[in-house]
Write a protein that binds this ligand. Sequence first.
Ligand SMILES: NC(=O)c1ccc[n+]([C@@H]2O[C@H](COP(=O)([O-])OP(=O)(O)OC[C@H]3O[C@@H](n4cnc5c(N)ncnc54)[C@H](O)[C@@H]3O)[C@@H](O)[C@H]2O)c1
Ligand SMILES: [Zn+2]
Length: 262
Amino acid sequence: MSATGLDRSSLLVALGGGVVGDLAGFAAAVYYRGIPYIQIPTTIVSQVDSSVGGKTGVNAAGGKNLIGSFHQPRLVIADTDTLRSLPEREFNEGFAEAIKHAAIRDPSMLDALDDLPALIARNVAIKAAIVAEDEFETKGLRALLNFGHTIGHGIEAAAGYGKFLHGEAISLGLRAACRLSVEKSGLPEQEAARVCTALDTYRLPSKLDASIETEAIFSALKKDKKFAAGGIRFVLLHRLGDAFVSDAVTEADIRRAIEGLR
Ligand SMILES: NC(=O)c1ccc[n+]([C@@H]2O[C@H](COP(=O)([O-])OP(=O)(O)OC[C@H]3O[C@@H](n4cnc5c(N)ncnc54)[C@H](O)[C@@H]3O)[C@@H](O)[C@H]2O)c1
Ligand SMILES: [Zn+2]
């Protein structure tokens, strides 16, 4: 950026998927202690999720998103025409986050996943409303967006970055979190099944293969910053659309939920 002559009056444009958006946003956050940027997301993941909310960052050897900053974009432009060139796998994985939003806030969206412009708009509305109330994740509300992500991130890290796309790992995390919700917080079986059926529609993974060991997943997820010192804070559902942060999930529960994916 410095070599190309950008200075403190420059504006950065992040055109691409979530990786470009997170990296460009982080670069904008730290360059001259912060220059403005805009997001033009071109994947489902980035349109329904990562371009909104101002979380920016990069992965490091010590952990996913270990280095980062909150830096809100001035503008987000989501043009669904750009999605036409996405490879099928990348297209499908994006629905994991949309299904997550539906599960925590708006279950009726599970029946309307195929109207893309409407879907993107509803997802942005859900995420923006949560972020607006809890921008810096201090009130516990933004933490609800981590539904499916504790085990999902553990799987993603244990498998080695590159094996699963993020949404594919999150599909497994969502299924495990629904199972735990049935066991721990009374989520009706048929509501958990609705989430799984939606994930199946987009051919998102339902099975964890034996090569990724439960202990490897467990030690990876313990490093996750959501695993707060002194207790596990795990997002569960009472009902679809009614998520909360539970401190009643034990390490044994998590191991069992991971095993349940096999
Ligand atoms: N900041 C946040 O709040 C947040 C939230 C969720 C995910 N993320 C991050 O987002 C990243 C994942 O984002 P992603 O799924 O967009 O992945 P990505 O950015 O890697 O894009 C996926 C692939 O699609 C290609 N691509 C992008 N747009 C295309 C298009 N229109 N047509 C054809 N190919 C296209 C990319 O080059 C890439 O190969 C992860 O690093 C994840 O941690 C961040
Ligand atoms: Zn995610």
